[in-house]
Design a protein around this ligand. Structure first.
Ligand SMILES: [Zn+2]
Length: 883
């Protein structure tokens, strides 16, 4: 799974529907209801699913059979279903057909069958006939109207298979699935296995599919609709003797923009097969798109993506192509990490996501090196550190005891931190040894399940260094960011480790095995394992000390003031990853009350000159976030404006600016990103009037019907400027245009711009317009999120949320919505607001999905207030002096 909350993708979030809860009529169950894992008394062996899916209807229906083994005689059988209306349930055991009573006994979808007499141990077959509702947001079987047609897709991770078919919905159970899909005539149906035939029965097309290789329930897929399809194949490779059938499948309006994905997917499959030394593990690959999934999902042989990730051509922006390379490589890496070898339980989900995250950036980078996709991994790692720096949190690997905890494991710690830690260990072990360990692990557990212990065993064998496993575990099993403090000691350094904490908070003492790689500017890196609380490191090098060589270490560093100044002075020339590490560690030092405001401002200026586009935005965006959080007085804000204009004005003169479509197609991607940062800053009010006027004119021409007047790269900045000038009337027009558009880029950007306008009158209007039936559930929720999280409408949004939280939380199913909901409040910045949030939401979220996200938000809000009081005035004073 890949998810990302960005201005555009944030528009696709939702929550599990609380439709369950009608009065139960059956007697209370005797045995306790399992809060997490089932008891294991039943082992499923094979599923036969026969689903009738007409996307034009509001409900679907199914007949399913599960072959299983009952380990001991029992009067009850627990399994999973959620909000399904079961019509008949039969269990065949010992040649008898048994008819149990049934009851859903838990809101997360635990169901219980109760029999008149004990079912004998041995092989059994469970048979169900049922129907259920399509969801409107991406969790379970959901449907969306695109243009004039309805389409349906499944999204079953983490525990939404139970909303589509009764099942033993746990990753540890891998079985073959034989799927039949009944659809309106002429529609395309896709599942995991290759299609074996289609016939007509009762006015419906009956699509049959070959039985799958062993899969867990969460990877099962069923997609139906009048899709556009392009077909091809991935040619044979040294690892695979026959061509791999490949299709790109997307709603009809996207036909004509699917060729890029077809070609890109071929190359990425080839690169992955080469890394794993192994053929693609399934007999075909379909890449399917939907407008509302906020990311992508690795269903075996039938991956699902948001339209915007896949639907594009060679003219697409650098940002879109980066996302394509990274996300497609991520999902296809999952065909091995996750699908071929599946975690035995959700506590090891890092074995899927940390590795897919690492592979996504790595293989994406190999696909098109000029896009600099690899630097995005470093950025994600440092972004995760900001979450991991909080006292509230979780380690990468953590026991999952209740169903409510499962979705919370899919957070930036598992993805960003996990990916960074994998990169650090791979870098320390050496790429070949690490790859050999991966191959060994895959070979032993093919088509089965595995745990972290088994992964560590394979790595220990491959590395030949027994210290590597405890070092790795010190990062996967412990929360927090190591802070390495450097002090001069003779000709070398004394390096001490502690757990990083922000000003005003204390973190428990923690010790790691840190693969420390350092160098000085102009010299090669030197690595060693830092296991003691404090260690002497001999290193003689001239030039500034670079304590995180390459930026691949998952740690922060602290330097004597003079060493910081030396490093900052050369920040523009550092390799991108090291510049990102500098930006992160310096800001962390500022947040801990150490680095000065002057150092922060000086670094922002130097970093902005970086050639690496990930590093060049890092310093200014830090200052921008403080400005947004209210740190700056009027003189400070004016100084910050002069600072950005002084940096980006000359930069854009050098780069030139032509807003027309395709003006920079084929240009260097880093240069296009630099231009985008410069225009983004200068086109704002208070920036460069000429740039703003040029962008406004192009955007107005575009909205007037000249589709070539504005490149997709400028939709955000251009539409933002137009709304800023035109206010509510323009915002209304833009929403109307968005809701009649099927363009996978324009529609979400236009809605995002209106939601994030920062104008109170627009914010209020949006909160009144939520009933517009053209808004998809996820878009409605995305608009609310934008109003609540954007600086200037934050208070207004908070007032709205106080009286509407319950309604929002219950507004219809969708992946990860509940666990992410409290995060929209994390931009607030005062102890008083932290108290208000805690008082309102703690009682509502106790023990539920989202409880951890809430604690993180409360801590961020409180900690931001502490920092603002301590350092806001000083930062303002320094910025006010900028000429
Ligand atoms: Zn993933």
């Amino acid at each position: 799974m890949y998810w990302k909350i960005t201005a555009a993708a944030a528009l696709a979030l939702s929550i599990n529907a609380p439709a369950w809860g009608q009065a139960a009529v059956a007697p209370a169950p005797a045995a306790p209801v399992p809060a997490g894992k089932l008891t294991g008394q039943v082992q499923p062996q094979a599923y036969r699913l026969d689903l009738t899916i007409d996307p034009n209807q509001e409900r679907f229906s199914g007949k399913s059979e599960i072959d299983a083994v009952l380990k001991a005689a029992s009067r009850t059988i627990d399994l999973h279903w959620r909000d399904l209306k079961l019509q008949t349930v039969e269990v065949i055991a010992g040649g008898q057909v048994l008819k149990p009573s049934w009851q859903q006994v838990d809101e997360t979808g635990v169901g219980r069958l109760t029999f008149a007499e004990a079912v004998p141990a041995g092989p059994i077959t469970l048979r169900f006939a049922y129907d259920g509702p399509f969801q409107s947001a991406p969790a379970g079987l959901f449907r969306v109207k695109v243009g004039d047609d309805w389409y349906a897709w499944t999204q079953l991770q983490s525990i939404d298979a139970r909303g589509v078919f009764p099942s033993f919905d746990e990753p540890g159970f891998k079985t073959p699935f034989t799927v039949t899909l009944r659809t309106p005539p002429g529609q395309t149906a896709v599942s995991n296995g290759p299609q074996t035939g289609v016939s007509r029965e009762g006015g419906l097309d009956v699509h049959t599919f070959a039985p799958t290789l062993p899969l867990p329930t969460y990877l099962v897929a069923a997609m139906v609709g009048p899709f556009a399809v392009v077909e091809g194949s991935v040619p044979p490779t040294p690892q695979r003797a026959t061509p791999l059938p490949l299709r790109i499948i997307s709603p009809k309006p996207n036909a004509g923009r699917l060729g890029f994905a077809l070609e890109g997917s071929k190359e990425i499959v080839r690169l992955l097969e080469s890394y794993f030394g192994d053929a693609f593990p399934y007999p075909k690959l379909d890449q399917i798109t939907t407008p509302i999934l906020p990311g992508a999902m690795e269903n075996a042989g039938a991956d699902l993506y948001n339209d915007s990730i896949i639907v594009m051509d060679e003219q697409a922006t650098t940002g879109q192509k980066r996302t394509f390379g990274m996300v497609v490589a991520h999902e296809l890496a999952h065909q091995w990490f996750g699908d071929l070898v599946t975690p035995a339980w959700w506590d090891d989900i890092w074995l899927n996501e940390s590795f897919a995250n690492w592979m996504g950036f790595r293989i994406g980078d190999e696909w098109r090196p000029a896009l600099n996709i690899r630097a995005g991994a470093v950025e994600e790692g440092f972004s995760a550190m900001r979450t991991d720096a909080l006292v509230a949190g979780r380690p990468i690997r953590q026991p999952i005891e209740t169903n409510a905890q499962i979705d919370e494991a899919f957070d930036s710690i598992t993805y960003g931190k996990g990916g960074h830690v994998v990169a650090m260990i791979a870098g320390y072990m050496g790429d070949d040894k690490f790859r050999d360990g991966v191959r060994r692990y895959m070979a032993v557990h093919r088509y089965g399940n595995a745990t972290s212990t088994e992964f560590f065993k394979a790595m220990a064998e491959a590395s030949g260094d027994p210290r590597i496993v405890p070092a790795m575990q010190s990062f996967t099993d412990q929360q927090g960011v190591p802070l390495l403090t450097f002090a001069r000691s003779g000709k070398g350094w004394q390096v001490s480790q502690s757990r990083y904490a922000r000003l005003g908070s204390t973190a428990p003492a923690t010790r790691w095995g840190v693969p420390l790689c350092l160098r000085t500017t102009g010299a090669a890196r030197q690595c060693q394992l830092l296991t003691e609380a404090s260690m002497a490191v001999s290193y003689e090098g001239k030039g500034a000390l670079v304590p995180n060589a390459g930026g691949t270490g998952y740690y922060r560093f602290e330097l004597p003031a003079a060493e910081w100044d030396k490093l900052i002075a050369g920040a523009d020339k550092l390799p991108g990853g090291e510049a990102q590490a500098l930006a992160d560690s310096l800001n962390a030092s500022f947040q801990a009350g150490r680095a000065s405001s002057a150092q922060l401002v000086a670094a922002a200026g130097k970093l902005a000159l970086q050639r690496d586009s990930y590093a060049s935005g890092a310093g200014i965006s830090t200052l921008s976030s403080y400005s947004d959080a209210g740190f700056l007085d009027e003189a400070g804000k004016a100084g910050f404006q002069r600072l950005t204009n002084g940096i980006y004005g000359p930069r854009l003169k050098q780069l030139a600016f032509d807003p027309r479509a395709g003006a920079y197609a084929g240009h260097d991607p880093e240069e296009t990103q630099a231009r985008q940062q410069a225009v983004g800053a200068l086109a704002r009010k208070g920036g460069d009037p000429a740039v703003r006027a040029q962008l406004l004119a192009a955007t107005r021409a575009f909205l007037g019907g000249d589709s070539r007047a504005l490149d997709g790269a400028w939709y955000g900045a251009g539409l933002g400027a137009v709304v800023e000038e035109g206010g509510l009337a323009v915002a209304k027009d833009l929403v109307n245009r968005a809701l009649t558009s099927t363009d996978p880029v324009f529609r979400p950007v236009a809605l995002g711009v209106v939601g994030g306008s920062g104008q109170a009158v627009i914010g209020r209007w949006i909160l009144e317009q939520l009933q517009d039936s053209r808004l998809r559930t996820s878009e409605r929720q995305g608009l609310i999120r934008m109003v609540v999280s954007t600086g200037a409408t934050r208070d207004l949004g908070w007032d709205w949320l106080k009286s509407n939280y319950e309604k929002l939380a219950g507004s219809g199913g969708g992946i990860f919505f509940a666990s992410r909901l409290p995060e929209m409040l994390s931009g607030n910045c005062s102890a008083a607001r932290a108290d208000e949030i805690a008082a309102l939401l703690r009682p509502k979220l106790q023990g539920k999905t989202g409880a951890l996200g809430l604690e993180r938000s409360i801590e961020r809000v409180r900690s931001c207030g502490v920092l603002k009081d301590a350092r806001g005035a000083d930062l303002s004073a320094v910025l006010a002096q900028v000429k």
